[in-house]
Design a protein around this ligand. Structure first.
Ligand SMILES: [Fe+2]
Ligand SMILES: [Fe+2]
Length: 280
């Protein structure tokens, strides 16, 4: 990806950036970030933008396949929210002089892997979406489980953006966050309803079994060097594993109450050698 297009030198920008970060003031422009900050920032914002767009595209068939006309409208609104979130993030990237239209044209956000394939933290294509968005949504139970788990997981990750050192992103996140909360509520309503009905319980349990390892993999590894650097730059606030554990506890409270069982999950990093690549 191209570097910071500011006319100031990296050293000049770094001095300005340090001054701002030391005083816990916001970074507001490209002249106030060094090359490293710019690279991390655009990368993180692109991860969110691409995930929002790929997510929205994956929901589209569920407008037609929703169980009631009321739900058709709910799904349409969710699609609209996600495309709006994507657009809000791409606009921030445009403000950072990132070539959004060329990027989006090059990527295929409708691409999905086979449902039986488990990616772990291996990438499936060159866009920046979070891995969970590569899996297909095959049933209504999948769709509502996705709201229940992934919208909630994303919500926990966005908590860190609320205190980001980058002002424009931080100011954008509140509205996105509010809309994500309505998606989570939709997931809660349906997962509870399907779990409490003995006829539909096996189906929603099986959706939980399939999506649980996928959602637990979105947060990245504990103690990752990249995450540590993000925290030093004010681009994240907590360790990957803190976010994951907070998320998992919130899910467990609900699944326990509704009689669903969270499957065992063995993290990738407990299966592979220590010195392999650590994603952020
Ligand atoms: Fe979203
Ligand atoms: Fe959402």
């Amino acid at each position: 990806m191209p570097g910071n297009p500011s006319k100031l030198s990296n050293t000049e920008r770094e001095a300005r950036m340090k001054e701002k970060l030391d005083k816990a003031e916001s970074i507001e422009s490209l002249d106030e970030m060094n090359d490293e900050y710019y690279e991390h920032l655009t990368n993180l914002m692109l991860q969110q933008a691409d995930s929002e767009l790929a997510g929205g595209f994956g929901y589209v068939p569920w407008i037609m396949k929703a169980p009631t006309t009321e739900e058709m409208l709910v799904v349409s609104n969710i699609v609209r929210d996600e495309v709006r979130h994507a657009r809000a993030m791409y606009r921030l990237l445009e403000d950072a002089q990132f070539g959004v239209d060329d990027w989006v044209e090059e990527m295929d956000f409708t691409f999905r892997v086979d449902d039986s394939k488990f990616l772990g933290d291996k990438r499936a294509a060159s866009d920046k979406r979070v891995n969970i968005f590569y899996y297909p949504i095959e049933s209504w139970a999948d769709f509502v489980m996705f709201n229940f788990l992934m919208d909630r997981g994303a919500g926990h990750q966005l908590e860190d953006v609320k205190v980001s050192s980058y002002g424009p992103w931080r100011r954008e996140i509140d509205r996105i966050f509010k809309e994500e909360k309505t998606h989570i509520a939709h997931g809660d309503y349906w997962v509870k309803k399907l779990a409490l009905d003995p006829q539909t319980k096996p189906e929603i349990q099986s959706a939980l079994d399939r999506w649980w390892p996928r959602v637990m993999s979105i947060f990245g590894r504990p103690g990752s060097r990249k995450n540590k650097r993000y925290r030093e730059l004010g681009l994240k606030k907590r360790d990957n594993d803190d976010v994951r554990q907070t998320f998992a506890a919130e899910v467990r409270e609900r699944t326990d109450a509704w009689g669903l069982t969270i499957p065992q999950w063995i993290p990738d990093w407990q299966k592979v050698p220590e010195d392999s690549v650590i994603p952020g």
